[in-house]
Ligand binder design. Sequence first.
Ligand SMILES: [Zn+2]
Length: 218
Amino acid sequence: MILDFLFPNRCLDCNQLIDKDEIVCEICKDNIHFSNHQFCDSNGLKEKASLLFPVENAFSLMLYEKESLAQKIIQQLKYNHREKLGKILAEWTIEKLNFENQKPDLIAPVPLHPKKLKQRGYNQLHIFGNELSRHYQIPINHQLLKRTKHSKAQAKKGQSERLKTKNAYQLTEKICDKHILLIDDVYTTGNTSSNIAWEILQNSENVKISLLVMAMDV
Ligand SMILES: [Zn+2]
């Protein structure tokens, strides 16, 4: 395409030319701090999340530090219209994530409020979730959860405002006897995951909740 010629794709880290579907070159990929979490063992994410809600298993692909490559990649995915990065992040996840005998039954992505979705044009978890669903043969339900309240970015909020985001998510159907894998981009305070987990747990029967994120704050 003429656009590929005019605006060739460059490595996000070292700026050298790379294939149009890549985000970093092979060398810079080594600069990404992957977490090396094992889904079925205890790990940093599971420990953090366990303080907020009952979590079965947890996995974070990368560690999210300020100015890190993980941060830059996720910013590109969310704020620079690079929706297709979800596919690369899913491929990296597939390289590292083994569910062993604890494979979840259903994938549920964290939803965006319709206003936010309209603004951004896509949910950054859509391609990511679909790729994981296809590879692991786990159904995905993009409509299982609904974001009912529109609010400012978490980081800009004070404590009292953060409390108001309670119940900002709504479960759209009752779930029975399932192990649900909640997926999100970045785990920071755990506020989002926790709100969703409790909404699911309070309105379902015999469910287990696991968590998968692209990156976790360290
Ligand atoms: Zn590079």
